[in-house]
Design a protein around this ligand. Structure first.
Ligand code: GLC
Ligand code: CA
Length: 555
């Protein structure tokens, strides 16, 4: 068992726009983050992952970057960033940057050059193709955010590829100059002293050169067989590792849509020299009748099957990252737990227990440690997210699906659920800003907020704090082997972790009903590491209340 810091770390994701506003303009910023570092230190996390803070016209909230080496005006200056880094390091907190290099903004200087003429030295930094004819794009691929994945550009009479919005043209990774420019930029950030990268849609950077039409799934053809885990993906990541990553003591996590355990062993294998770990989306990206837009909940048996496959297949071969939600997903407690007042706290703690006791590096998305919930959207103008707004237009306004059917799906899945302001206290706008926030504050901030929860030893916050501390004290939580019990139960998620002669039993009731469980003999009357309700474990038969969770050790 080789101990590695990023395997033992707990990571906290900050979505800067919604975390803390320091100057009253309604937009979170770097100085705001610096002012809240003590809160994060108190929670006990080790690493902060910052969603993009670079210069950007904000078509996709910073995931459209126009200058990789400058800070977005609304977020502050490079001096503010340097101060944040120094203050974080002073407290023993590391900072991981979002690396968005599948695409840039169309306002990036490379793209402005590229589109200016076919002879421009930057022309091949992007992916240009002739249309099939004057009005028809090169192929039928659809963009992730709706519409065609191709945009016609008049200057040279050709189309460029954009797998996301038309203001996010895809970089051409087959061009060695692009790779060199990206590696140089990464080196610049590493030399500044940052502690790692979360790599945006990194599984999509290599494309099949031929670009054939895809199978039509909804309105457009599916590009994924040609753009996801493309032909040179591993070569490019190994090159990146050799030229940049291997030279620093940093951590890397790849956002890898479409990844399977088998592929993860290549992307994040113990000796494949690519990345440290990947995010897998099997659990959160379940598709329904209308693409990702669905309001269905996953049966617990399915959820366990997915989680367990990753736990067992990656054991000793690659490393898992653990998360219930992030800035692209609805709130965990609303989706996998129960956000009604009676069960919100219990189910938020139960979910935390279930995830934090698994093998892998846990990620906490801002506000998750408070049990923040989805937002009660009422009308389309409540939304800010380009994906949500475009989806409504494409599916509803087109007449494809009725409002009545689509609306609940939008409410359940919209990324904006995660993007409402962090709830700091019960003052106006949850203490996030003294001005008007860029997106509405969840009205439940008067009850759910950091000030109240840090003061209450029984809060969701303190439960997370305890889970994080347990991980530091018990190497078994990091390195132990996972085994699933009761795989057919639709109510209980039960598993064990084993390291040498030590064993943990994790029991989580995912249901709203009282559920019976028989404690295996070796754990009866033994120490409880953590539990979200009072109970005794000295008899085999135990009745679990709704969303009850506990962890026992055989020691
Ligand atoms: C990733 C990001 C998401 C963004 C997309 C395009 O999935 O997490 O927020 O919209 O990539 O950059
Ligand atoms: Ca601000």
């Amino acid at each position: 068992m080789k101990r590695i810091w990023w395997k033992e770390a707990v990571i906290y994701q900050i979505y800067p726009r919604s975390f803390m506003d320091s100057n009253g303009d309604g937009i979170g910023d770097l100085k705001g983050i610096t002012s809240r570092l003590d809160y994060l230190k108190y929670l006990g996390i080790d690493v902060i992952w910052l969603s993009p803070v670079y210069k950007s016209p904000n078509d996709d909230n910073g995931y459209d970057i126009s200058d990789y080496q400058a800070i977005m005006d609304e977020f502050g200056t490079m001096e503010d960033f340097d101060e944040l880094l120094i203050e974080a390091h002073k407290r023993g907190l590391r900072i991981v940057m979002d690396l968005v290099v599948n695409h840039t903004s169309d306002e990036h200087k490379w793209f402005i050059e590229s589109k200016s003429s076919k002879e421009n030295p930057y022309r091949d930094y992007y992916i240009w193709r002739e249309g099939k004819d004057i009005n028809t794009p090169p192929n039928n691929w659809g963009s992730c955010f709706g519409g065609s994945a191709w945009q016609y550009d008049e200057t040279t009479g050709m189309y460029y590829l954009h797998l996301f919005s038309k203001k996010q043209p895809d970089l051409n990774w087959d061009n060695p100059k692009v790779r060199k420019s990206v590696f140089d930029m990464m080196t610049w950030w590493c030399d500044k002293g940052i502690d790692g990268f979360r790599m945006d849609v990194i599984s999509m950077i290599s494309k099949t050169a031929e670009m054939p039409d895809g199978k039509v799934t909804d309105f457009y053809g599916d590009y994924s067989p040609y753009c996801v885990h493309g032909p040179n993906i591993h070569r490019y990541l190994q090159e990146m590792n050799e030229n940049v990553l291997s030279k620093y003591d940093i951590m890397t996590v790849g956002e890898t849509p479409g990844v399977t355990p088998k592929l993860a062993k290549q992307y994040a294998g113990e000796d494949t020299h690519e990345l440290n770990m990947v995010f897998q989306f099997e659990l959160v990206d379940i598709h329904g009748k209308y693409g990702k837009w669905t309001d269905e909940k996953l049966p617990l048996t399915e959820l366990k099957k997915i989680m367990s496959r990753w736990q067992t297949e990656l054991y000793n071969k690659a490393w898992n990252s653990l998360f219930w939600d992030n800035h692209d997903q609805p709130r965990a407690v609303s989706r996998f737990g129960n956000d009604s007042p009676a069960y919100r706290e219990a189910s938020a703690k139960m979910l935390a227990t279930c995830l934090h006791m698994m093998q892998g590096t846990p990620y906490i998305y801002q506000g998750e440690e408070l049990g923040m919930t989805n937002y009660p959207f009422e009308k389309l103008s409540d939304f800010r997210d380009i994906e949500s707004i475009n989806a409504y237009r494409e599916w509803c306004e087109s007449g494809e699906v009725s409002h009545e059917i689509f609306w609940p799906c939008l409410l359940f899945r919209s990324r904006d659920n995660a993007r409402t302001p962090m709830q700091w206290d019960n003052s106006a706008q949850a203490g996030f800003t003294t001005g008007t926030p860029w997106i509405s504050t969840n009205p439940n901030y008067t009850e759910i907020n950091a000030k109240a929860e840090t003061a209450d030893p029984d809060s969701v916050f303190h439960y997370y704090k305890k889970l994080i501390a347990l991980r530091k004290q018990n190497p078994i939580i990091v390195y132990g082997k996972y085994e699933l019990l009761l795989k057919d139960s639709e109510e209980l998620y039960v598993y064990t972790r084993t390291l040498d002669d030590e064993k943990l039993l994790v029991v989580c009731n995912f249901s709203e009903t009282k559920t019976h469980f028989t404690i295996p003999e070796e754990f009866i009357g033994k120490t409880s590491l953590i539990s979200n309700m009072e109970n005794t474990y000295d008899k085999p038969e135990i009745a679990l209340r709704p969303y009850e969770a506990f962890v026992l050790s055989n020691k």
